[in-house]
Write a protein that binds this ligand. Structure first.
Ligand SMILES: C[S@@+](CC[C@H](N)C(=O)[O-])C[C@H]1O[C@@H](n2cnc3c(N)ncnc32)[C@H](O)[C@@H]1O
Length: 266
């Protein structure tokens, strides 16, 4: 049986369970270099039927310019988060500069490691409360970034958060920003397969920004910038929170869907 026929056959089997059956089938066959076993095919169909995302089944997700290992311990990197990468690159066009970068709530490490991939002389620290997420981030730390990226546990709700981290040119964060009561309304692929700690932003979704805002002044070098990913409609509140700490919003950046997704503060 030819490869295309196999992909189409799997896509047909997935039609009822996935909004993107052909893409799922293509990813699946690519993952197994076109030679999955019948058991692997059956298991894939069963897990898609149960609503598990393709990335979680295959254990990897494409983000920016490479694949990242993912597991039930980390958020699947989202295409919207690439807006944050693009924005940093636009504000910091000097690619050979030795920037210091801090990624707060690093998860799979996708933001920090993608930025270090673009800035070959930069180094950075990714922090997360979740030890199991940090383990995945470290697994994603490839040869090219191994000596420039460090991952360590830190909780941004702690009063002494960041005390020993030093100062940074670029601070990035995609923190949990879903209001607690909205989590139940999310798609099954998110609420059942992304870790709650990566989603839950408290009653109005803004808890993480309130916590991070009180620490960033001491973490940012003079002239440095902070880049936040935010949820839909959160821009005014996050600008207000950061304003309480004398940060001004330099730019509000829309994602491909036209939603304000990234705020830049200086
Ligand atoms: C929305 S996920 C973002 C993950 C990754 N940066 C990305 O963009 O795909 C938020 C991350 O914040 C981490 N986190 C949640 N609460 C935290 C806390 N109190 N201190 C540090 N990290 C926290 C979660 O473990 C999770 O990895």
């Amino acid at each position: 049986m030819g490869e295309i026929t196999d992909v189409l056959k799997l896509a047909t089997a997935l039609k009822e369970y996935s909004p993107t059956p052909r893409l799922d089938a293509r990813f699946f066959y690519d993952h197994y270099s076109n030679h999955p076993t019948q058991t692997q095919i059956s298991e894939f169909i069963q897990r898609r039927k149960a609503g598990e995302p393709v990335a979680k089944i295959l254990g990897k997700r494409g983000f920016w310019k490479r694949d990242f290992r993912v597991s039930s311990d980390v958020l699947d990197p989202r295409p919207d988060t690439e807006t944050l990468i693009e924005t940093v690159l636009r504000f910091y066009p000097e690619q050979t500069a030795p920037y210091r970068i801090l990624d707060i709530g690093t998860g799979s490490g996708c933001i920090l490691l993608s930025l270090l991939g673009e800035y070959p002389n930069a180094c950075g620290i990714g922090v997360d409360k979740s030890l199991s997420a940090l383990k995945i981030a470290q697994e994603n730390n490839g040869e090219n970034t191994a000596h420039r990226a460090m991952f360590c546990q830190a909780d941004f709700t702690d009063d002494d958060f960041g005390h020993r981290l030093g100062e940074f040119d670029i601070i990035v964060s995609n923190p949990p920003y879903i209001p607690t009561n909205d989590i139940d309304t999310l798609e099954k692929s998110v609420k059942c397969y992304d870790p709650l700690i990566a989603l839950d932003g408290g009653y109005d979704g803004l808890d993480a920004y309130r916590h991070i805002a009180r620490h960033v002044a001491s973490l940012k070098k003079e002239g440095g910038l902070i880049f936040f990913e935010i949820g839909q409609g959160q821009e005014n509140e996050v600008v207000r929170i950061m304003g309480q700490y004398q940060f001004t919003c330099r730019e509000q950046v829309k994602d491909l869907g036209g939603i304000i997704r990234v705020l830049v503060f200086g």
